[in-house]
Design a protein around this ligand. Structure first.
Ligand SMILES: Cc1cc2nc3c(=O)[nH]c(=O)nc-3n(C[C@H](O)[C@H](O)[C@H](O)COP(=O)(O)OP(=O)(O)OC[C@H]3O[C@@H](n4cnc5c(N)ncnc54)[C@H](O)[C@@H]3O)c2cc1C
Length: 440
């Protein structure tokens, strides 16, 4: 295999090592990180673009389902990588982690965009029901029955494993939009419902970037030669790939912008200040964990913990059972870790809640006066917050969101292009006291 040959040329052979399975616990995330660490430097830099096929993603970390839920935090992953590699060797990996933070921060500066996308998606989905040709193309695409064999292979991998390599995501989105002529909104929705790491910011903005809607007019066009080169392992296993790849679009016209100017408008966001406990009796404070942030480094040790079960990801179709189960188990894992971590202060029974109403009645039943929650960025949990805040307030309970120092440090620099943020990476690393200070 091309990539493992390259790997042995630079003195590291990882081809036979069994890959750690993607299990929905922090423990599994830590094992995955440990396995990936030796490869996070020059190996990643040299081979990260190769899609080696469903069971062979050895050249990338597969940490995204953990980072997305903060089962592992960005800062701890960066710290682990930079303790093993110099800043310059780990530069590419570090940069990719900051791409995630860039998308998160960029979306936070446009707080109406997620809602605007939901409305747009619902409209596009409903229009499709009355358009037999489009419905047929869409159905063939999401069931992997197009005439482009590598595309069908990615559909199958996505549905079966909940993961796709970054390059495959780019090729997939490009073929969806420019070759199959399908609306980007439906493709983004299909990804979000099937990816274990499905993320409102990285996914929606990743699709808009490919479509040429992020950097106006700058599209990403998948080419047969690039797929043959970087997807060689997969393409080689398809008996009829040449005919399929010959069908790829050779030019890309960005689709019309359908999000309203209001949805795209940048706003000053009143992000929460660092947390300060209101009183000394922490027994009256509970913590709310959500799928947006399952990290347990909290500003105080609470008297109770309530964890919100994963909310539906899409307004038009159900979340895939695999993603639903992963999310449910990840939340349950955090709750069970919390029981151990805060054993000395917990006095109320820890619980899972499925709605704002259930959170409120649990808090009221146990007499909590404040609920502390890590800031929920744009997405379904954020959309629930106004309702939760007002229901809690009606019972005399305050909801306090706190923001992680990492987000507070980086998000303010995610207002425009990635370049503006990327050039500050050395400053971010020094502020976090990470790396060798010799950054590229
Ligand atoms: C159309 C499209 C949709 C995407 N949807 C999602 C999504 O829903 N959720 C998601 O987490 N990522 C998404 N990405 C970004 C990227 O593809 C994945 O983060 C990456 O493939 C995850 O695999 P990995 O953990 O093995 O990555 P690695 O290559 O090992 O990278 C390490 C970490 O850096 C971050 N990262 C890497 N590449 C990117 C990138 N291009 N953009 C943002 N963050 C990145 C991820 O957190 C990743 O875990 C999307 C990209 C595209 C083009």
């Amino acid at each position: 295999m091309q990539s493992s040959q390259h790997a042995s040329q630079i003195g590291f052979d990882y081809a036979d090592e069994p890959l750690v399975a993607l299990k929905p616990t922090r423990e599994a995330g830590l094992q995955l990180l440990e396995q990936f660490l030796p490869k996070a430097g020059r190996l990643y830099q040299a081979h990260r673009n190769d899609d080696l096929g469903p069971t062979e993603h050895r050249n990338v970390s597969r940490l995204s389902p953990y980072l997305r839920r903060r089962l592992l935090s960005e800062q701890e992953v960066l710290a682990a990588v930079l303790s093993r590699h110099s800043n310059s060797d780990a530069f590419k990996f570090v940069q990719e982690v900051f791409w995630r933070t860039y998308w998160k921060g960029w979306l936070e500066h446009r707080p109406m965009l997620w809602q605007g996308y939901q409305e747009d998606l619902a409209e596009v989905h409903s229009l499709m029901q009355n358009n037999a040709w489009r419905l047929d193309s869409y159905t063939r695409a999401i069931t992997g029955q197009t005439e482009i064999q590598p595309f069908n292979g990615w559909v199958q991998e996505l549905i079966e494993t909940g993961y796709l390599h970054n390059h495959a995501r780019m090729w997939f989105a490009s073929i969806w939009i420019f070759t199959l002529g399908l609306p980007w909104q439906l493709g983004a929705d299909f990804f979000l419902r099937h990816l274990l790491d499905g993320d409102p910011a990285a996914n929606t903005l990743g699709w808009r970037w490919v479509a040429g809607l992020h950097t106006k007019g700058k599209t990403y066009l998948a080419s047969a030669s690039n797929i043959r080169k970087c997807g060689a392992a997969r393409v080689a296993s398809e008996c009829n790939h040449d005919a399929g790849l010959a069908r790829l679009a050779t030019s890309a016209q960005p689709p019309e912008e359908t999000l309203s100017p209001r949805a795209l408008q940048m706003q000053q966001v009143p992000w929460p200040a660092p947390y300060k406990a209101a009183g000394t009796d922490h027994g009256t404070v509970a913590v709310l964990l959500t799928e947006e942030d399952l990290a347990l480094d909290l500003p105080l040790s609470p008297g109770g913990v309530v964890a919100l079960r994963p909310l539906p990801r899409s307004v038009v179709e159900p979340t895939s059972p695999q993603v639903q189960q992963f999310g449910e188990a990840a939340v349950a894992d955090a709750l069970s870790r919390a029981k151990t971590a805060f054993a000395s202060t917990l006095w109320a029974p820890c619980t899972l809640a499925a709605s704002a109403e259930e959170i409120v009645s649990w808090a009221e039943q146990h007499g909590f006066t404040e609920i502390l929650c890590a800031y929920a960025p744009s997405g379904p949990v954020r959309q629930l917050m106004p309702q939760l805040v007002s229901r809690l307030a009606a019972r005399g309970i305050r909801l306090t969101e706190f923001m992680r120092d990492y987000d507070r440090l980086v998000w303010p620099h995610a207002q425009k292009g990635f370049f503006q943020l990327g050039k500050r990476i050395p400053d971010f690393l020094s502020a976090m006291e990470l790396g060798d200070g010799l950054s590229s």
